[in-house]
Design a binder for this molecule. Structure first.
Ligand SMILES: Nc1ncnc2c1ncn2[C@@H]1O[C@H](COP(=O)(O)OP(=O)(O)O)[C@@H](O)[C@H]1O
Ligand SMILES: [Mg+2]
Length: 311
């Protein structure tokens, strides 16, 4: 659905997007991750037909961005990183404006807009003024706006940025729902952990270069981040230091850390289980209250990849 082949974009001497090749299939939710200034927005603007690449080709659903802008706009919902808020409009009027801009037949507009309001959980706000909405609601309205013409492909530039945790969860649920509807979604973010649970694949970009693209599990494997486990003890006051000493020196444990009443460990990446940790502790008479394996943190994957440790 989204195809970039050797795409480069320069601003003067600055190479904002450097020879990026990337394919995203229908039904995928692709997390486009990178620090500020990495080239995420520029890449998305190229896909949205707003900037021309200096080299390479960019296609949406097989259509070239430099030639088929009109056809692409029918298939594409692009939400920029800044929401152009139109003052003095209600939520409903705002969506009617975009429905008209997309030339939706007049008769279909009301039912379409009601559907989109329902999906983005804004039905109760339809008569509220756009500028009165919270940031989280404005972001959902931004997504609602790019859904009115039922596009196959969504490009969402930092939809979760600046939101409080609750609003972020609401956005995440909405994106998951759109994913289930079969849309191909590209979301950019520097809030890495937000994307981990949601995305089917990720790309990591730094200084215009795509450092990694693929599924999250492979990213972890590639950089050798092992499984992490949080261990809580029945008697932390008595046992935590002793347990920590045992775990810290173990050859299959890469890292151990006391975090309050808990010990977090990271295993050396391998195919074996984590059962030895329980045996080790129980064997020394230490009682375990809980033992919860976690996925490695995406931040760790990101940091190692962008430090250029892995090629
Ligand atoms: N219109 C522009 N003119 C000049 N430089 C730009 C322009 N747009 C972006 N840049 C530069 O290109 C680089 C990538 O920017 P951008 O794509 O916005 O990054 P991101 O979205 O990952 O934060 C940055 O160094 C930015 O300053
Ligand atoms: Mg940006």
């Amino acid at each position: 659905m989204i195809d970039l082949a050797c795409v480069t974009k320069k601003f003067g001497n600055l190479v904002a997007v450097d020879n990026i090749t990337l394919n995203i299939a229908a039904g995928e939710i692709f997390g486009f991750i990178g620090p500020n200034g990495a080239g995420k927005s520029t890449t998305m603007k190229i896909l949205a037909c707003l900037l021309r690449p200096d080299a390479g080709t960019a296609e949406i659903d097989g259509l070239d961005v430099t030639e088929d802008g009109d056809a692409i706009r029918q298939r594409l919902g692009y939400m920029p990183d800044v929401l152009g808020v139109y003052q003095d409009l209600t939520v409903e009027e705002y969506l009617h404006f975009f429905a008209a801009a997309y030339r939706l037949p007049r008769k279909k507009r009301r039912s379409t807009i009601d559907g989109v309001l329902e999906l983005t959980d804004l039905t109760e706000k339809k008569r509220a003024m756009v500028e009165s909405l919270s940031r989280g609601m404005q972001q959902r309205l931004g997504i609602a706006r790019v859904l009115v013409h039922d596009p196959k492909v969504l490009l969402l530039d930092e939809p979760a940025s600046g939101l409080d945790p609750r609003a972020r969860i609401e956005i995440r649920e909405l994106l998951a729902e759109l994913g289930r509807m079969g849309k191909c979604i590209m979301i950019s973010s520097h809030i890495l952990s937000e994307l981990a649970q949601l995305c089917t694949s990720i790309g990591i970009i730094e200084r215009g270069k795509l450092m990694y693209a693929g599924d999250i599990e492979s990213a972890y494997r590639k950089i050798g981040v092992g499984k992490t486990i949080a261990i809580c003890l029945e008697e932390p006051d008595e046992d935590i230091n002793r347990a920590f000493q045992m775990l810290k020196g173990h050859p299959r444990i890469a890292r151990a850390e006391i975090v309050g009443d808990r010990i977090d460990i990271e295993l050396v990446p391998d195919q074996q289980g984590a059962h030895f940790v329980i045996e080790l502790l129980v064997g020394r008479g230490i009682h375990i209250a809980s033992f919860s394996p976690r996925k490695p943190r995406l931040e760790d994957a990101f940091l190692s990849l962008t430090r250029g440790q892995v090629q």
